[in-house]
Structures are given as C-alpha cells and as structure tokens.
Design a protein around this ligand. Structure first.
Ligand SMILES: C[S@@+](CC[C@H](N)C(=O)[O-])C[C@H]1O[C@@H](n2cnc3c(N)ncnc32)[C@H](O)[C@@H]1O
Length: 291
C-alpha cells in the first residue's frame, strides 16, 4: 500500500537518527584498540543510551508528522493536563483579562486556560459578558473547554465554540464592528498568517474596543544562550506544539496597528518559565484600543 506522506520525513528526524549513528560509529572507532576495557564498556553503554533516546525522539516526531490527527489530539491532551495546574503566567494573563465585559472573542482558547481569570467574577460580572465566542480550530479542545467551564463554576458564561482557524473565521457583516474585546494568548506563534488573524480581530472590534494579547516571542539578542536554545528547540516545538514557531510577534502587532489603534499598554518581559521551557521565556503583552 502506498503511503505518500511517509516520504515527508522531517529534517529533525533525519538529524536525530544521523547523530545517533555517528555517535555509535565514533565510539567504535575511538575505542576499538583501547587498552581500557572498562572505560570502553561504560562509554559504549552511555553512547547506546543516548543513541536510543535521540532515535526514539526522532521516530516519535516522525509519527506525529505523518499522523496529524494524533498530533492534534496529543497536543490537546497535553495542554488539557497542563491546564489543571497553576502557571507562572497566570498573574500576567489575569491582570490583562481582569475585567472584560460585553461581546468578546477569544482566538485559540485551547482547553480554556484563560477561564481561570474569571473564577473570581461575581454572577453579575459573568452576566456582563453578553457573548463569548471561542475560535478554536482544534476540535479536540471543545470538550476540555466545556469541562473547564464546569470545573470553575462558569456555567453562565455564554460560550459559543467556533471550530475554525482565526484566519478563516468570518463573524458575518452584520456583526462587524460590534465586539468590545478580542484577545489571544499564546496563539499567534501557531497561526499561518498573523496579519489575517489580526485583520479578522480588527473587523470584529468596534471603535473603542480593546484588543488584548500575551504571546511568547523570538529572542532579540542573536547568538545569546537563549537564541541558541530557541534554534535547537524550534523544529521539535513546531511538531509537538502543533505548528508553533518563534516569531517577532511584538513587531508584527505594532506594525499592524499603526496609527489606527492607541497603545494603552505594551510590555516585553521575561516570564519565569520552568527550566525545560526556558526557550519560551521572552514574552510580549499588551492592550490596544481601536480609534
Ligand atoms: C499553545 S495553545 C494556547 C492556548 C491558550 N490560549 C493559552 O493561553 O494557554 C495555542 C492555541 O492556538 C490554537 N490555534 C492554532 N492555530 C490557530 C489558528 N490559526 N487560529 C486560531 N487558533 C489557533 C491551537 O489550537 C491552540 O488551542
């Protein structure tokens, strides 16, 4: 049976398996005539272990590339699990989303990570959110989102799930310029066209409406330790993170808004991420108002 997508072997898989092969071959050449039999055995064992780990990661990334449904469901499962624990980013996201009201659109809500910011809302506060549109292309998140809504006791939140990409969503001409708040957190790294998502957000917002964002970004300092960690992590993150890439989102956002928006607040900051996620430390957050 033909499997055309099986030929789409990601470069990172080839690199990881190639590195494993070189490691084992190099170990053999270096220690072939070695006098130190024990040292030889120990280094051989360590080389085999590293080679197995690297190759397994390579094969895992290959499987995720060939079977996008596994990738989508796996990503939704991972994010859903992460969502159960508090994160160092909560204070940033909740400071931005502290008191949103009216007609709201969230792009890429995932498992409803931002719902925690409404946990302390009173019943009146929740009722002041007239409509909450969740634009989320990964349908595996819908259930997680509804569960999170229930877990946090937000049954009154008028949630409407739209299973489309932010680039493709069309709220309908009769709703153009009628939304009070549009926001996205950790989303623009994954979209194919930042400009198209911002254009759709812009179309939805009414004059005086707020666009709120918090995104992880490409580090500015080239050849810094962080820059190299992003270079190494990028191909793996793109596959595991379902398309997420390092982008200069701060610059994208500023150039898109131009003078049509007032920048109320725009801050670049380093988030205190757990060590394994060091490469997503640089962030940007802000609130802009449509003129
Ligand atoms: C890393 S998760 C972030 C989830 C949540 N917003 C948060 O702050 O944790 C990225 C989310 O963006 C969604 N996404 C990816 N591409 C998108 C697109 N083109 N339009 C809208 N959402 C998208 C993903 O499905 C996922 O739910």
């Amino acid at each position: 049976m033909c499997c055309p997508q099986c030929f789409a072997i990601p470069q990172i898989t080839i690199q990881l398996i190639g590195t494993s092969a070189c490691l084992l071959y190099g170990q053999r050449v270096l220690y072939k005539n070695s006098q130190w039999k024990w040292a030889n055995r120990i280094t051989l064992l360590i080389s085999i272990l590293i080679a197995v780990l690297l190759s397994s990661l390579g094969i895992f990334l290959f499987v995720l590339t060939v079977f996008p449904e596994y990738r989508k469901s796996g990503f939704a499962y991972f994010c859903g699990r992460q969502n159960k624990t508090p994160s160092p980013l909560d204070e940033h996201r909740c400071a931005l989303l502290g008191n949103i009201t009216g007609r709201v659109i969230e792009f890429g809500p995932g498992p409803g990570t931002n719902f925690r910011c409404f946990e302390n809302y009173t019943a009146d506060d929740i009722q002041s959110i007239e409509k909450y549109v969740a634009v989320e292309p990964n349908s595996y998140f819908e259930e997680a989102m509804r569960n999170e809504q229930e877990r946090l006791g937000l049954a009154q939140l008028p949630l409407q799930f739209v299973g489309l990409r932010g680039e493709d969503v069309d709220i309908g001409e009769d709703e153009y310029g009628t939304y009070d708040v549009v926001f996205f957190t950790h989303v623009l790294c994954s979209v194919d066209s930042v400009e198209s998502v911002l254009a759709n957000a812009d179309r939805a917002l009414k004059p005086g409406g707020k666009m709120i964002f918090m995104e992880h970004v490409l580090v500015h300092e080239e050849r810094s330790f962080l820059w190299y960690s992003q270079k190494i992590a990028a191909p793996i993150m793109t596959i595991i993170g379902n398309g997420c890439q390092f982008k200069d989102i701060g610059a994208n956002i500023k150039s898109y808004f131009g003078d049509r928006y007032i920048i109320d607040y725009f801050v670049e900051f380093d988030a205190s991420m757990p060590k394994p996620l060091y490469f997503v430390t640089p962030h940007v957050k802000g609130i802009v108002t449509k003129k």
